[in-house]
Ligand binder design. Structure first.
Ligand code: GAR
Length: 202
């Protein structure tokens, strides 16, 4: 089994999709070994505990540099023997030391078709608001490797979702989650774990 960590900040519906996939043996040899939240009030923590997964709260201390936070995160991931880390609604940019320590071993799910509506400032509902303001007819979700450029790492998978007349940011977010994120993230994690087990690069 390959130990996977999931980093979260909020509701954790993508974490839930991963937990559900694991429960129906659709995550291959992945074992969700740790859920880390940068917010102690994240509902995702309740979901993790409910599934019997170990949790950790890692809040950025007052005046703590991103690198110092990164060192604490690296230590935690090492302690748990984590082979693959999944950012599932983790609303904090990782410092270069973390990316360096886990090069091509961190994936993120983003709620648009990258390179549209991505990068610094594009997260959560803001992404869907921007898509509606621009008037695109198709949006979607992307799973990509994490590098030093926000949402700039190599794309692993994408799925398109139709925008409908009268969509609100909330309605569009829900459809992108249901039709794209909750499907794409587990299948890509399963794919990544298979590759890593075979000694192949992601
Ligand atoms: C998801 O839509 C995820 O793609 C997005 O935040 C939401 C988290 O929901 N992530 C980003 O915008 C990162 N740039 P969840 O906590 O229910 O999984």
């Amino acid at each position: 089994m390959l130990a996977v960590a999931v980093l979260v900040s909020g509701g954790g519906t993508n974490l839930q999709a991963l937990l559900d996939a694991q429960a129906r043996s659709a995550l291959g040899n992945a074992r969700i070994a740790l859920v880390v939240s940068n917010r102690r009030d994240a509902y995702a923590l309740t979901r993790a505990s409910g599934a019997g997964v170990e949790t950790a709260v890692l809040e950025r201390g007052r005046g703590e540099t991103p690198e110092a936070y990164g060192e604490r995160l690296i230590a935690l991931l090492k302690e748990h023997g984590i082979a693959l880390t999944v950012l599932a609604g983790f609303m904090q940019i990782l410092a270069p030391n973390v990316i360096d320590a886990y090069r091509d071993r961190i994936v993120n799910v983003h709620p648009s078709l990258i390179p549209s509506f991505c990068g610094a400032g594009f997260y959560g509902l803001r992404v869907h608001r921007a898509a509606l303001e621009r008037g695109v007819k198709v949006t979607g979700a992307t799973v990509h490797l994490v590098n030093e450029v926000p949402d700039g790492g190599r794309i692993l998978a994408q799925k398109a979702v139709e925008v409908r007349e009268g969509d609100t940011p909330e309605a569009l977010q829900r459809r992108v989650m249901e039709e794209a994120e909750w499907v794409l993230l587990p299948s890509t994690v399963a794919w990544a774990v298979r590759r890593l087990e075979e000694g192949l690069p992601l």
